[in-house]
Design a protein around this ligand. Structure first.
Ligand code: ARG
Length: 592
């Protein structure tokens, strides 16, 4: 279906034409003075030069023609030459009835469908998921859903960190805690146990302990480094331990991501890219992209136009070891070979900005990607506590994601039980759904690149710009619809046939107009990879709905057609809100 601005643009272009001017002057935009009009056209201003005529005169000519056009309730020429437009309620209702009939609410599918890999999540195995990883998961999931909704083929890859020093640290620590295990017996040739020698909670204690120790105990640090290197060279026992770590960790990660409604098409790991490294290094050397610099193998990526220094991209350290860079480059090779994406988007902490600049430049320079393969770094800011410092637990420790979620669940449960009596099991289910909206919306409603303050009181509030407020609005609509069905004996599917009538009241028209902005909001969010645009839109829609709700007697409206029109408007608002929150990655309960 046509978009509202194009639809209106056609009428205005026609009027320009009839008045003897160029059609292309008839572009319509949303008014930037909503107090004066709903839409505007500035074409007469642009036409002034072309026709050597005062812009106001042109605008008046066009307005004269639009006068008799039933698309507009009012078309006014105002100094110095703007056309102020007010949409006719008839056309608006026709538009909305058409939108109502569209499965995708009128959102067009992208003309060129792309295959897009979204690299998000980025958890490190063996380390508990902490709040830093929350942002990547939440933003990445929403970006993926938006792009998928626009018709692209999206592949989410969690890209687990499983290849760094953390592995050596755990192995070294374990070899001291449980030296009797066969993994540490160099002479052992038998099969290793199937069962992991630790549980997830034990594993999560080993890592911080080992990490702390390596800072104080140089001998231990060297031991961990050595174990890392041995693992990377295929040490049999260490490889077996590493596999246990992966199994135990991944099971736990899946559980955590599930509770966030975050899911990945690919569970690739840094280690999966390692087999691509030897050929990559060979290629970079042979083609002359890489050169030795003080023993290290590097690729220069500085460009003449740089305003700040961009250091070379290091491929191998002087001891021959590969790095995080090397893994990311090899991952690009692996992705191109296996999926040939048109675009790769990285949703990572913005402090890795310079790092990704190096990696992308190196990948382009060395032609690891095609010329038209998009590489985008979507960097996000830090999630801070109310004190403005990185989010911590009450006693100052690193906040585990699981605990944060549990805390918000509890707070939500308290609020729900406070509001009214409910069955405890049901209340708990509802609390979980609402809590997730609080966490996700609190994050997504901010522009990703900005730091934000995680404020539990604010995020869990049923009022204001929050997830629970959106859900509350949805639940309110659902409850009116239930009452309507009860009172009329109609079935759910009968609702689809109800028609929206031209708006009579201000609030009603404002709500209807807001509904027409859904499509542009989604398109903009997709083009800019900006979920916060959808949040802003949904908040506006919820506000307009609640204004309408408070000012309108919906259920007591005596004219049947009018009442049914309100109900149809509610249905469309509901679908739009639900589609919107689905793009953000959460759902609404039936009641709350
Ligand atoms: N594991 C990394 C970290 O915790 C994030 C990975 C981001 N993705 C990537 N391809 N480098 O910092």
């Amino acid at each position: 279906m046509e978009q509202i601005l194009d639809l209106l643009g056609n009428y205005v272009a026609e009027a320009f034409d009839l008045a003897g001017y160029d059609k292309d002057l008839g572009k319509v935009t949303i008014s930037n003075r909503p107090d004066l009009c709903e839409y505007q056209c500035n074409g007469a201003m642009a036409g002034a030069k072309r026709y050597h005529k005062a812009p106001l005169a042109i605008a008046q000519d066009v307005a004269g023609i639009l006068e008799g056009c039933d698309a507009f309730e009012r078309a006014e020429a105002v100094a110095p030459g703007f056309l102020n437009l007010k949409l006719s309620p008839q056309l608006l209702s026709i538009f909305l009835n058409e939108m109502k009939g569209e499965k995708r609410l009128g959102v067009p599918e992208a003309e060129t469908k792309k295959k897009i890999i979204i690299d998000y999540g980025g958890a490190n195995v063996a380390k508990p998921l902490h709040v830093g990883h929350l942002r990547s998961a939440v933003i990445g999931e929403s970006v993926k859903r938006i792009l998928r909704f626009l018709g692209h083929e999206t592949i989410g890859d969690v890209h687990l960190g499983d290849w760094g020093l953390q592995m050596g640290l755990i192995i070294a620590q374990l070899s001291e805690d449980k030296p009797e295990l066969p993994y540490f017996d160099e002479a052992y040739e038998g099969a290793y146990p199937e069962e992991a020698p630790f549980t997830i909670s034990e594993l999560e204690q080993i890592y911080p302990k080992a990490s702390q120790r390596s800072k104080e105990d140089e001998a231990f640090r060297l031991k961990a480094l050595k174990a890392t290197e041995q693992l990377q060279h295929g040490h049999r026992g260490y490889t077996a331990v590493w596999k246990h770590i992966l199994d135990v960790s991944i099971a736990d990660l899946k559980k955590n991501y599930d509770s966030l409604h975050v899911s990945f098409e690919l569970w690739k790991k840094e280690s999966d890219a390692q087999p691509y490294i030897p050929d990559l290094v060979e290629y970079l050397k042979k083609e002359g992209y890489a050169h030795l610099d003080q023993g290290a193998l590097v690729v220069d990526v500085a460009e003449e136009t740089d305003t700040k220094k961009i250091p070379p991209c290091m491929i191998l350290k002087s001891d021959g070891a590969s790095l995080y860079n090397t893994t990311d480059l090899a991952t690009i090779v692996m992705r191109m070979e296996n999926w040939k994406p048109d675009h790769i988007i990285y949703v990572v902490d913005k402090r890795q900005d310079l790092y990704f600049t190096q990696v992308f430049r190196c990948a382009r320079k060395a032609k690891l990607v095609d010329e038209d393969t998009g590489l985008t770094f979507l960097g996000f800011g830090t999630m801070n506590g109310r004190d403005g410092k990185p989010f911590k637990t009450r006693d100052g420790g690193v906040m585990r994601l699981e605990n944060l979620i549990a805390e918000i669940n509890e707070e939500m449960l308290r609020k729900i039980c406070e509001n009214h009596e409910t069955d405890p099991a049901e209340a708990e289910e509802t609390a979980k759904i609402v809590a997730l909206s609080a966490i996700k919306y609190g994050d997504l409603s901010n522009q990703a690149s900005k730091d934000y303050i995680f404020d539990t009181d604010k995020f869990t509030s049923f009022e204001g710009n929050t997830g629970p407020y959106l859900l509350y609005t949805i639940v309110r609509i659902k409850s009116i619809l239930r009452r309507f069905l009860e009172e009329t004996g109609k079935k759910r599917r009968d609702l689809d046939g109800l028609q929206i009538l031209p708006a009579k009241a201000e609030d009603e028209k404002a709500l209807q107009l807001t509904l027409t902005s859904f499509v542009p909001a989604v398109l903009q969010a997709g083009a800019e990879l900006a979920p916060h645009k959808i949040c802003g839109y949904l908040y506006e829609l919820a506000n307009q709905f609640n204004r309408f709700y408070h000012g309108t007697k919906i259920m007591t409206e005596s004219l049947q057609a009018q009442r049914e029109s309100y109900i149809a408007l509610l249905c469309l608002t509901l679908r739009t809100l639900e589609c919107g929150i689905d793009l953000l990655g959460f759902t609404a309960p039936e009641k709350m």
